[in-house]
Design a protein around this ligand. Sequence first.
Ligand code: HAM
Length: 423
Amino acid sequence: MTRYTALPGFQDVLPEDQPYWEHIRDRARDLAARFGFERIDVPLLEVATLFQRGVGEGTDIVDKEMYAFADRDGALIALRPEFTAGVVRAYIEHGMHVRPQPVKLYTIGPIFRHERPQAGRYRQHTQFNVEILGEADPAADLEVMLLAWHLFDDLGFRDLSFQVNSTGDPKCKPAYIQVLVDYYRQHMDEIDEDCKRRLERAPLRVLDCKAEQCQPVIANAPKITDYLCPECAAHFAQLRQYLDDLDKPYTLNHRLVRGLDYYTRTVFEVWAQGIGAQAAVCGGGRYDGLAEMLGGPPTPGVGFGLGIDRNVLTMKVQGLSVPPLPVPRVMVLHLGEAARRQAVQVTDSLRSAGIDVWLAFGQRGLKSQLREAGKRNISYTVILAEDELKRGMAAVRDMAASSQTDVPLAELEQWLNEHLNQR
Ligand code: HAM
């Protein structure tokens, strides 16, 4: 028989890891609402051209990593390799430009990229994604960055590094790219083959090349911030002023270019320590031309995606604790046929009264049922046996104290509520 395992790069989130996931999602949802973001959910599947046009042909995400295939009707569709293009598509499709601007949206869900799997890099990962649509003010860039900052503070993260850059707009970016390409052309014998290819396909990506050989060339490369047009320079200066006013530490990283084509002006990433090469726990930026590229009205936008998987890794590496998920603290045990039927009724009425209960299954001796209760960290067991039932009573055992009390069935709910609240 075939022994089935999850596909490479796909992972199960087991019950013991759920408290981390739930805590991060819970804090993210709470903060998003407090910042005035509304929830949107977009489909897992979109027509593939949405990402080809939005994220960009020539990007790794679209050319190498997108799960694109013909469906049964022959339409070329793709599993979403990111959220932003789908959210902007929804904004256009539902005419959200007539709502009060900006529209602030967040979402949480799985993203698919056929990447080479390694620690912290999966083929399915989960993002918390936020977008502010219809606002060009650098205060909107600040706002999404602050949301990330608050979330990382809430989670208790240490030693994070905020990397910030501006990549200009269609007015100034092409001129900078030309300067960069001209500079690289003078250093062709010093760079590796990958960078030579990047220079043709996606020239800005030469700046985040990791190869040792290319580092001296990168170090002396012209910096985009020296080539910004006055409008982009003013926008970036204002954002930096806000960050300084708030005493938010960040690194101005001239090499930060990001792997999606839609970015204009601000780009940023947050890097964590200790989780390996895949250190970006959050990445985002501004994309003022995207809505028009997708056939919508001119709509500036800014947002980020935060990888929950990598945030869970960071929490574990940094030894951060999370609240446990609620589990039943009461277990109903039974001895004999009549007691078993009564146990089902007692369990059901306790649950209806809001008390979380675990029901013992099967026909077993009391010892075996108590042993199970011990393993499940149950606080009180309600023991139903024929003799007590005849008297309308249940024996309630305090598992920690190993003491037992007879409680009338009619008073069981009240008794448990009082004792559970005392703990
Ligand atoms: P991104 O940088 O490609 O941006 O992804 C955002 C975050 O998702 C990354 O910082 C990382 O935490 C996580 N992530 C990405 N790929 C993987 C992977 N293979 N395994 C685990 N985690 C991963 C975007 O997707 C943009 N749409 C973000 C954005 C929103 N920009 C503006 N608005």
